[in-house]
Write a protein that binds this ligand. Structure first.
Ligand code: NAP
Length: 356
């Protein structure tokens, strides 16, 4: 990391009662989710890996407190985040009770269902039976009456899309979700989902696709559909699960911190290492770290409402947040980045579940 970059990395003292930082809304600015009334921070925090029962609760609490103090109002969960499944919702629910309860109206909490959650035919994909039962379980774990966004987590090509969107709609009618979203749906399936939602008057306002410098599939149609239809986009795995960081480049390993990802060191092919090095060179010229470049490049695109990243430490989050201060790119920089990232990096493990 360049020496001249300073990040406020003051780790919150979790042994003190929590009072949110009074200046928390002065750092980030907020972006509108498509044509909806909802605003999100440019950087949102996802709880996929680092909020399970395998990580000390105090560490989780530090990151969550720090995030909110910096103006991150959006926390993204799913029924299966952990480990074990459900643990991230339980742990976040604990923090919601102990620290964030007075601030519930300032938070956007999302959850999802769609990946396998319990045995048998009713705990997977996109049936009304699964989505309804899963949301009830999520609300119990989160200890909240409603989530702000409830997502269909993945494509289900066997269930009629009317049923899946109908189940999301029912969650809103029942007061269990304020808005709904879809994740990893292809451009074509997104158009069909939007058509059904329009008929039902369902507040389908957001799509959550994988999108990063190493995975640009959304540029081949999906972002146009979202733009035309007035939906927002929140980009998940913006750092390609940690590949797009100086740490990964310096250590030549995916799992430098012992954190868990679905990628392996085999994904650090010679071609990908070269790409990362060239992107890091662009970042250095811009006075950024590689992670900051990866986030800033996504935010440069006004079709992207928010960048949904993961972080295992306050230090990582502090570094990443700094990206919002430098999101302008010259034409030459964009052209260079396009050239570096033109070939597929092979890290979109969600391609199959998106119907791509
Ligand atoms: P990511 O932001 O691409 O990767 C996050 C990981 O990168 C961190 O856990 C950390 O690894 C490492 N990292 C972050 N900042 C760093 C820094 N400054 N320096 C060094 N390493 C750094 O995102 P992700 O965790 O894969 O996914 C983010 C969120 O997207 C998830 O939590 C979830 O909410 C959402 N998501 C959604 C779907 C879906 O199907 N809708 C799928 C996947 C993810 P270590 O933990 O090893 O330190």
């Amino acid at each position: 990391m360049p020496d001249d970059l300073f990040f406020d990395q003051t780790v919150p003292d979790v042994h003190q009662p929590y009072v949110a930082a009074p200046d928390r809304y002065t750092h980030l600015g907020y972006r509108r989710v498509g044509d909806s009334g909802l605003l999100l921070p440019p950087i949102s925090l996802g709880l996929w890996w680092n909020f399970g029962d395998n990580r000390p609760f105090d560490l989780q609490r530090e990151v969550l407190r720090f995030a909110f103090d910096q103006g991150i109002t959006h926390f993204d969960l799913a029924n299966n985040y952990g480990p074990p499944h459900g643990a991230a919702e339980e742990n976040f629910g604990r923090v919601l009770r102990t620290d964030f309860r007075p601030y519930r109206n300032e938070l956007i909490v999302s959850t999802k269902a769609g990946w396998p959650q319990w045995p048998g035919p009713y705990g997977d994909f996109g049936s009304a039976k699964y989505l309804r039962a899963s949301l009830d379980e999520s609300l119990a774990r989160l200890q909240t009456d409603y989530v702000d966004v409830f997502y269909s987590h993945r494509v289900d090509s066997s269930t009629p899309i009317e049923e899946t969107i109908g189940a999301l709609d029912a969650a809103v009618r029942q007061g269990k979700a304020l808005y709904v979203g879809i994740s990893s749906y292809s451009a074509e399936r997104t158009e069909r989902a939007i058509a059904v939602a329009r008929e039902l008057h369902t507040p389908l306002v957001i799509h959550q696709p994988a999108y990063s410098l190493l995975n640009r599939w959304v540029e081949h149609g999906l972002l146009d559909v979202l733009g035309r239809s007035g939906l927002g986009a929140i980009a998940f795995t913006p750092l390609a699960q940690g590949l797009l960081t100086n740490r990964c480049l310096q250590q030549g390993q995916v799992h430098a911190s012992g954190g868990r990802t679905t990628l392996s060191d085999a994904d650090l092919t010679a071609e990908n290492l070269e790409r990362l090095q060239r992107l890091a060179d662009v970042a250095t010229r811009r006075g950024q770290t590689l992670a900051q470049l990866a986030i800033a490049w996504l935010l440069h695109n006004d079709r992207v409402t928010s960048v949904l990243l993961g972080a295992s430490t306050v230090q990582q989050l502090a570094e990443n947040l700094q990206a919002v201060h430098n999101t302008g790119f010259t034409e030459a920089e964009l052209a260079e980045i396009d050239e570096i990232t033109a070939a597929d990096a092979g890290v979109n493990i969600w391609a199959q579940s998106s119907d791509l």
